[in-house]
Design a protein around this ligand. Structure first.
Ligand SMILES: [Fe+2]
Length: 233
């Protein structure tokens, strides 16, 4: 059992930032241009029309994959459904989001990220994982904060979750917070640079992210994040 795996079981989460971030180093060294294209694809997301607070601060795309024996299979496109148990605000009904673009799905950086993540918790390469993949952009304006987690402190109803920063531009706030199962704070960290990530054992902890606002109110502000939720298939 790796040290990372131990951390994922207890306390149930692991931040990887800066020099401790092997994945970011691999991506930058081995596939720099593809990784740049992958990150730039967040510029092509579409407005989330389902926000119950009436906000227009969230842009996204959504696709579902299978992962087994180092192979990533994109499943037929489907609506995103969360039970109202896990998402009190946006659960209990189907939400229809646009799929990831084919070029993003084929980007080798995606496979590298999935490979690294599953290596942290999977017992065997032959295990089959169902992965719900979200590209999120949260924007903030002087008159409207952006809420990375409008449902508040929550679980995703998965086994594990990867939350990875793709771009953070002119943003204040957006602090990732981890809570134990009694909802007492355990830790917090800011995914400040591209590649910074937190891996979460969804059974062991709750998570949430604070609102964002523009650092310079005269300039655009956005926070681009990749969220992969891993489910036993
Ligand atoms: Fe979440």
């Amino acid at each position: 059992m790796s040290q990372v795996d131990t951390l994922l079981q207890k306390p149930g989460f692991m931040f990887a930032m800066g020099k401790n971030n092997r994945l970011q180093q691999q991506l930058a060294r081995r596939m720099g241009q593809a990784y740049q294209r992958f990150r730039h694809s967040w510029g092509g997301l579409l407005l989330d029309p389902y926000l119950r607070d009436g906000g227009n601060y969230r842009y996204r795309r959504y696709s579902v994959f299978h992962w087994k024996n180092n192979a990533l299979d994109v499943l037929p496109h489907e609506p995103h459904y969360q039970s109202s148990h896990y998402n009190r605000v946006h659960g209990g009904f189907n939400r229809h989001f646009r799929a990831w673009l084919p070029t993003t799905l084929k980007n080798p950086a995606l496979k590298e990220i999935v490979r690294w993540a599953t290596q942290q918790f999977s017992r065997s390469p032959a295990e089959l994982w169902r992965i719900q993949a979200h590209q999120f952009r949260i924007i903030a304006r002087p008159d409207q904060q952006g809420k990375p987690t409008p449902e508040g402190i929550h679980k995703d109803g998965a086994e594990y979750i990867l939350i990875m920063m793709m771009d953070r531009h002119n943003v204040n706030g957006g602090v990732s917070r981890i809570y134990d199962n009694a909802m007492q704070p355990l830790a917090e960290g800011t995914l400040a640079q591209a590649g910074d990530l937190v891996l979460v054992n969804d059974h062991a902890v709750y998570h949430g992210v604070t609102e964002i606002s523009p650092a310079d109110p005269t300039q655009p502000a956005w926070r681009d994040v990749l969220v992969l939720t891993f489910h036993k298939a």
